[in-house]
Design a protein around this ligand. Sequence first.
Ligand code: CP
Ligand code: NVA
Length: 315
Amino acid sequence: MTIETPPTTQHFLTLLDLDPDEAERLLARASELKQLRQRGEDYRPLVGYSLAMVFEKSSTRTRVSFEAGMAQLGGSAIFLSPRDTQLGRGEPIEDSARVLSRMVDGVMIRTFEHETLTRFAAYSQVPVINGLTDRFHPCQLLADMQTYREHRGTIRGRRVAFIGDGNNMCHSYINAARVFGFELHIACPQGFEPDAEILAAAPEQCRLTHDPAAAVAQADLVVTDVWASMGQESEEDERKARFAAFSVTPALMARARPDALFMHCLPAHRGEEVSAEVIDGPQSVVWDEAENRLHAQKALLERLLVRPSRSGSGR
Ligand code: CP
Ligand code: NVA
């Protein structure tokens, strides 16, 4: 296979594309960009830049945060769905990558198979960002880590509980435990564990159990996600039965540390993976977490897209 990506092109396909120092700097920068925006200061380093956004699945937060983020940085974003592009009519992903990356400065992709993303990246001349695949959701983790940092300081050495499906969010939490240095206790029903290879790569940081109470004990952060992810709609009823004991209720939260935070990437199903009392309660930081998608991804776009030879209007 011919790999056409220039050696200097940096992608963000999983959190492991950042080393721990870069990751910490990115979070700090995200909070700085948030403050700039709160002060009403313009910062437009991406004037003349464009980002193509390929969405093969639905999205509210990812689409709006990338589109608004590009606009705030002075650039623009182009929304592409398979319904009305040739991608949906079978144009090879490698051809789409070569064509799009000659026209834009970055590409964000939300798709099913993680391999679709890696194949696209292999043929792209410009940075490719993972906007969620069946396997990982790294942009969400940047926002989650920024949110923890803003509320509680560093997450290094803290204890995090992930309750529910061993899905893309769980996998990205496993990667985050490695990059940000926290202890991750995962509780899933039998048969819904995270990928064994991803878990095995973090033996120091991660513990797997089938007992949610054990996982949340002394946790500083409790996280959950939907029981049926996009693409698993036909399994919804079966999953509701299998996951019934994995709901984050006030009783479960009471086993965590008294100052524990609650996060959920959203969209959420109250009464299923989380009780309304928890997600709408005082320990929940889900709205800050959602807002931070914007700031964290602006820091990411600044890092990946800005080229010195093409500076915008600056600060
Ligand atoms: N959390 C998240 O990625 O939300 P969307 O599916 O709305 O983009
Ligand atoms: N696990 C969920 C996350 C949605 C943001 C899904 O893939 O649908």
